[in-house]
Design a protein around this ligand. Structure first.
Ligand code: 5AD
Ligand code: SF4
Length: 458
């Protein structure tokens, strides 16, 4: 492959003589990748990344609004930044991302905050910082129909140099009634397919071994070449283009939507060994009545049929999900249907939440938040307990089997142990035996917990 490195540095350029920027990131993988875009823009404007808040001239916090507790954590951090500003005059604090977009000038009232910048305003950051120095607090929360940051090469902030994110689209056109995302991230836009392929090439040239394609709803990715409208690239086409770049580089993607995910994507996954056999397919509820109220546009039955379709084509495909306990109007019967769907599907893993009403959403306007907190919590705990048992049973079935694993780094518990994942997204821990991050090894599983497979390199 041609050397694309001469054009970009994918890693932070650390230079203590430059003004220092410190970035804290909350929320989803897309936010992590947005922070990498922000760093790229600021590095271009002369800043250097620092890892300690105490060294920073500019403190940025990239925020999440998905549930109230995500926002509360950030508000707590603002008090810490306020103290830092008192200690060191001239430090500038900026709030970025979804909370900036949701709360707008309300955040500017906070004494710690100098800049409020929404998800489509990052190109303006250098100007906003300069304007703070000249004339005080600044805000830009304009949402765009076009911005995809396609021409900005993210500066990677991962620790291991093995796995990297590429955002393939921004925004969301679904209106799930509980969800704040369409309000804070704006309308859906698909990024230029060739800019995605080029970004993947740059990562591969830099030794990355896993590429994660990100979008709120990857199945609705569709790019039409403005120079030649007959050239259309859908998600399955894009997945294939990226997979064909290098057979030794894994490709993953998230998030799929049950209303849009079709057989073409699954067949594309099956055709390429390096497309990981894992789908994250949020179900949200096992009750069709709840799904209707959530405006998800699929039913319990159609979701189950999709799971069957996936397993028919890729029998051992890893499948994970998201679920919300205690949405408006959820009866004991609806909750039982969620539990029974979990028993039927036997997910490999799940992110499980209790419903948090978000101001401005359709649910906040039309459906009362009427499930008492204790009931939400007890339903959530029941789902968690069930899923833990299922994960444990699924993992036990892996004992004695062999898997190819991409090593991602050392384990949290011990320097002499490594962590990697199987194609199905199962995490394995095993003694290093001289191997290191970025290598593929074959391991045999000899034990497990509900979250991890314990293995040995063979
Ligand atoms: N309350 C609780 N969970 C939510 N999610 C999205 N909005 C809410 C909310 N208001 C969950 C969904 C989604 C995941 C990213 O967060 O399960 O898939
Ligand atoms: Fe990501 Fe949604 Fe949180 Fe925004 S609100 S950071 S899109 S999870």
């Amino acid at each position: 492959m041609e050397d694309l490195n001469k054009y970009h540095s994918v890693h932070p350029v650390l230079d203590a003589t430059r003004p220092q920027v410190y970035i804290e990131t909350y929320g989803c993988q897309m936010n992590v990748n947005d922070s990498e875009v922000v760093l790229s823009i600021l590095q271009q404007a002369g800043y250097s990344l620092c890892t300690e808040m105490k060294q920073a001239d500019l403190i940025l916090v990239n925020t999440c609004s998905i549930r109230d507790n995500a926002e509360q954590r950030v508000l707590g951090r603002l008090d810490v930044f306020r103290l830092e500003k008192k200690r060191r005059k001239g430090v500038v604090v900026g709030i970025l991302g979804c909370m900036a977009e949701r709360l707008k000038d309300k955040l500017l009232e906070h004494p710690a905050v100098d800049i409020v910048a929404g998800p489509d305003a990052y190109r303006a950051l250098p100007k906003l910082v300069a304007a703070v120095k000249a004339s005080g607090k600044q805000i830009n929360t304009i949402l765009s129909h076009e911005e995809t940051y396609a021409d900005i090469a993210p500066v990677r902030m991962d620790r291991n140099g093995v796995s990297a994110y590429i955002s393939i689209m921004r925004g969301c056109n679904n209106v799930c009634s509980y969800c704040i995302v369409p309000f804070v991230r704006g309308a859906e836009r698909s990024r230029d397919a060739w800019s995605i392929v080029n970004e993947a090439k740059v990562l591969i040239c830099n030794g990355y071994k896993e590429i994660n394609l990100l979008g709120q709803n990857v199945d609705s990715y569709l790019w039409t070449n403005p120079a030649d409208p007959t050239e259309k690239v859908d998600f399955a086409d894009l997945l294939e283009k990226v997979a064909l770049l290098d057979g030794t580089v894994r490709v993953r993607f998230a998030t799929s939507h049950p209303k849009d995910m079709g057989e073409k994507v699954i067949r594309t996954m099956a055709r390429h060994d390096n497309i990981c056999k894992h789908i994250h397919l949020p179900v949200q509820s096992g009750s069709t009545v709840m799904l209707e109220r959530m405006n998800r546009k699929y039913t319990r039955e159609s979701y189950l049929a999709q799971i069957e379709m996936i397993r028919g084509i890729i029998p051992d495909c890893g499948i994970t999900t998201d679920v919300i306990a205690g949405f408006s109007g959820e009866t004991e019967q609806d909750h039982e249907e969620t539990l029974s769907l979990f028993r039927k599907v036997r997910f490999d893993g799940a992110f499980m939440f209790q419903y948090s009403e978000r101001p401005g959403t359709k649910a906040s306007r039309h459906y009362p938040d009427d499930i008492p907190t204790e009931v939400k919590t007890s339903r959530l705990n029941e789902i968690i307990a069930l899923q833990n048992t299922i994960s444990m049973e699924n993992n036990r079935e892996c004992i004695g089997k062999e898997y190819e694993v991409l090593i991602e780094g050392t384990s949290k518990r011990s320097e002499s142990e490594l962590v990697g994942r199987t194609t199905h997204n199962r995490t394995c821990v095993f003694p290093a035996q001289g191997h290191k991050a970025g290598e593929y090894v074959t391991v045999r599983v000899h034990g497990c917990s509900s979250a991890t497979l314990l293995a040995e390199i063979i």
